[in-house]
Design a protein around this ligand. Sequence first.
Ligand code: ZN
Length: 273
Amino acid sequence: MFKVETSVKESCHAGVACAYGVVSLPGTKMSVYSFFVDGVLIDTGSPLLLNDYVPVFMKIPIDQVVLTHYHEDHAGGANWIQKHLDIPIYIHESSVQTCSKPFHYPEYRKLAWGQTDSFKARPLPFFFSSKNETWETIHTPGHTKDHVSFYNHDRRTLFSGDLYVLTRTKVIIAEEDITQTMASLRKVLAYDFEEVYCNHAGYLPNGRKRLSDKLRYLEDMEEKIVRLHKSGMDAASINHELFPKQYPITMVSDGEWDSLHIVTSILKQHTAP
Ligand SMILES: [Zn+2]
């Protein structure tokens, strides 16, 4: 059995507590953030991070947990919280059922993040309030169908889950629909904010610009993919042309993460009847 090391680093920006969890495996590192503000915990880290996250959960006065989506690096601590703290856990209504049943996902993700145990979640309301602040749930599908972002009206700040992650996306997970991701980016950009808290990139003071840059990058990619397709190229050739590099995650995940999914999800949209 190889060695897995975990750690959590805490920081704070304008009253938003950030817990940065890192899982180190031989040759690779995975990381994810959880955020805590005004009694609201946004995402719970992964099961493997629990040893490090539990002391954090114990010392912060959590009133409610809201999840950006059901993936193991975001919902992985929810079962522990449910068992040990008497607080509600919310997720988009489309995943309430999913979370109540055993979680099934590929072995490489279990090695990286651990096995998520099921929990009872409540459907997220469109608007909710914490001690002193009001929040809006924005459904931002794309990365997953259930993906949401949280807009804090008092802070004019966006908590974007996995909507952003990075500007120049090269590989996506098979279930991601990149045209929905683009629609979700346009949707959140209609809100008034500058700062973004991203669950993988952390606190982004220039978040609005990062999200706009990502949208432009994807629109440009879409334009290229459609043009190459019209010239007679199939998805595999377009993928080879636009993303010539093979990324290690594609091999490790046996194709669950692949640049090809960017091409196919755009072509699906453009060739649909
Ligand atoms: Zn995810």
